[in-house]
Design a protein around this ligand. Structure first.
Ligand code: GLC
Ligand code: CA
Length: 540
């Protein structure tokens, strides 16, 4: 009911206790694909010093934390998600000293640094696997999952790899098969072995001691397989033991002061399972909600449903949302209609940055970078495209160099970039958008500024306001301490629409963000919204 959703917080039982919230609740997290953000030494490959040189840009954008994709030494079969040494920086990305400097320089700008932690598997070149595969009697044999094959030269069962083919590869030297959820060059660790847990927790402490703010946990649901290898390929994930490890991992993280964060790649289309990744508040702080991300088009009813599901399933837990990443098409390409692309990009940015929860954005999203999918197999760099061409084209399209300016190398590098720069860098680039007040980049800055200035947008509860409108998604965020309330109205249709809120007649409003709404100071006659218009209004 509209009236009840606007009543004083204390009455609704949702008041926020006036204690300092953990930093990550109000934060904007920004993913950087390290190889593609900024090259500092002219080899065409992005690196840590390059990121350090761009920290002022990220501060001005309103970023609170950066998640770096894996920058550990790696043979790059899966662009760093095949780690050969968890306690070092790959030479092409820099040194540990460069990492420390990045952390220190970021801290000066109130930006935190997070790393990607690949838990499920290592590279086959990691010393642990080299030792494991050396002999069936190796002290580390049991650090990975080894099995005898079936008669007739068949693998132990029909379990499939995420990327291609069987999840088992025969190791000719010892005559046994090892399990790999992803590529054969990414053997799965055996998390049932306490030595593996301790070795990985040691890695976690190594980085947290260096001032790391937390980790993005890779491929969480894949950590355990059914010990019964006769179970069907569709259902070999084993969740209960994963939760046990996550509680142990959380305890390690909690040894350190400062609210170190665990952000989880918790892919699932099951809302109850998503809820389970929080544990009893003692597992992952922010399991990413992939169900939100599953809505691939602009639709008020579908996003309303996802937000309602979240309210229902996560009444106490804090959500985390994203609209694009290094694994999937860019935000603008997922939602654009060809006629209102920029308006839609702004609309979706508004949803991401005003929904209850922590937003995670992908580098370049703020300037509307496009997905540039390779058209010729010889151009592909992602193994998923190389080995699966033409069925799969890989993920290079969303990993192209950051577009800083209109030059041929986009200001990313002095040399030939490791992936081609999209020709559209002549118009889609940071320099051009910085000087255009109505650009997408300046719109993102408005949104992050609005969030910073508003406890309701950062910490507030969620109250649905649109009662089933097919085009308009509207909700109020309310902060239980200050009682600040902010109304978000999103026209998810190409038709200009007037949104009326009977409960708000006489209500004074002030626009924090507005992409084409009219009458946005008092809603008595309704708020008129242009095609795909978005307004964020503080209720006075
Ligand atoms: C995660 C990463 C993806 C990688 C996979 C295997 O899904 O996001 O890029 O390929 O894990 O490590
Ligand atoms: Ca470089």
């Amino acid at each position: 009911m509209l009236s009840s959703c606007l009543c004083a917080a204390a009455e609704s039982g949702t008041s926020r206790i006036p204690v300092a919230e953990p930093w990550w609740k109000g934060a904007v997290i920004y993913e950087i694909f390290v190889r593609s953000f900024q090259d500092s030494n002219g080899d065409g490959i992005g690196d840590l010093n390059g990121i350090t040189s761009r920290l002022d840009y990220l501060r001005d954008l309103g970023v609170d934390a950066i998640w770096l994709t894996p920058c550990y030494p790696s043979p790059l079969i899966d662009f760093g998600y095949d780690v050969a040494d968890y306690k070092a920086i790959a030479p092409e990305y820099g040194t540990l000293a460069d990492f420390d400097r990045l952390v220190a320089e970021a801290r000066k700008r109130n930006i935190r640094i997070m790393l990607d932690l690949v838990l499920n598997h290592t590279s086959d070149k990691h010393a642990w696997f080299q030792e494991s595969r050396a002999s069936v009697n190796s002290a580390k044999r049991n650090w990975y999952s080894w099995q005898d094959g079936k008669a007739g030269g068949l693998p132990p069962n029909d379990w499939k790899s995420e990327f291609r083919g069987s999840a088992w590869t025969l190791d000719a030297a010892t005559g046994q098969y090892y399990f790999h959820r992803f590529w054969p060059e990414q053997p799965d660790l055996n998390w049932r072995n306490p030595e593996v847990r301790n070795a990985m927790f040691d890695v976690v402490r190594f980085w947290l001691k260096r001032g790391l703010a937390g980790f993005r946990l890779d491929a969480v649901p894949s950590m355990f397989e059914d010990p019964n290898i006769a179970s069907p390929s569709e259902s070999f994930d084993q969740m209960p033991e994963t939760h046990q490890v996550l509680r142990q991992l959380r305890a390690v993280v909690d040894e350190f002061p400062g609210d170190r964060l665990l952000l989880g790649e918790t892919y699932t289309n099951n809302a109850a399972e998503l809820a389970s990744w929080y544990g009893k508040g003692n597992e992952i702080h922010l399991p990413l909600n992939f169900q939100f991300d599953l809505v691939n088009h602009v639709s008020a009813p579908e996003f309303r449903q996802r937000l309602a599901d979240e309210q229902h399933n996560l009444p106490k837990a804090w959500p985390a949302h994203f609209l694009s990443s290094h694994d999937q098409s860019r935000q603008i390409d997922r939602y654009r209609d060809g006629a209102h692309d920029e308006a839609i990009a702004k609309l979706m940015a508004t949803l991401l940055l005003t929904a209850r929860g922590t937003p995670v954005m992908n580098y370049g999203e703020e300037i509307g970078m496009r997905t540039m999918t390779p058209t010729r197999v010889e151009d592909v760099r992602d193994m998923d495209g190389i080995r699966n061409w033409p069925e799969k084209k890989g993920r290079d399209g969303e990993r192209t160099p950051m577009q800083w300016n209109e030059e041929a190398t986009a200001g990313f590098s002095n040399a030939k970039p490791w992936l081609p720069v999209p020709p559209n860098t002549t118009t889609i680039n940071v320099a051009a958008e910085q000087t255009d007040p109505s650009s997408l980049l300046n719109f993102y800055k408005q949104l992050t500024r609005a969030r910073r200035s508003s406890a309701a947008l950062k910490y507030g509860t969620y109250h649905e306001m649109d009662a089933g409108d097919p085009d308009i998604l509207a909700f109020v965020r309310k902060d239980g301490v200050s009682n600040q309330r902010v109304l978000i109205v999103l026209n998810m249709s190409p038709n200009p629409r007037t949104a009326k809120f009977p409960a708000l007649v006489g209500q004074k409003m002030r626009a924090l963000v507005n992409t084409g709404g009219r009458n946005a100071d008092a809603a008595d006659d309704g708020i008129r919204l242009s095609s795909f218009g978005a307004v964020v209004l503080e209720l006075k």
